[in-house]
Write a protein of this length. Sequence first.
Length: 144
Amino acid sequence: MATTNHLPEQSSTHVLEFDLGENRYCVDIGYVAEIVNTDELTAVPNTPAHIEGVMDLRGETTKIVNLRTIFGDDDDGELGERIIVFKRKRDSTERVGWLADEVHQVQELETANVDTSVSGSGIAGIVRREDNFVLWIDPTDVRV
């Protein structure tokens, strides 16, 4: 399978898998700061459609993003019940939260098994898992 600059140099990495609607996604665990329940969000007027609002997270104002809007996924109007809080860059203190319908387990992933031939904006590649596909997100390539 093809490789890309978006993937880590090592032969394997750990990823966190989560659901948005009917699709399963994963992200390198090195970017994940924490996972929290969705509390009350404060809407911010005149922001892009993918910004659901902000929330107070341990004394920090954290922007909350709806990936369904960014990726054009089927949006049923329901907000996810979990928020995955990311560091914008691996060593950054700037954080942003992504809404997720369900958060699953951390998996070890062989980077050689990632197909990057169908990558798109924010998508680093596709991983085949048993009878379905998992879309690997590169959080540094997702416009927020």
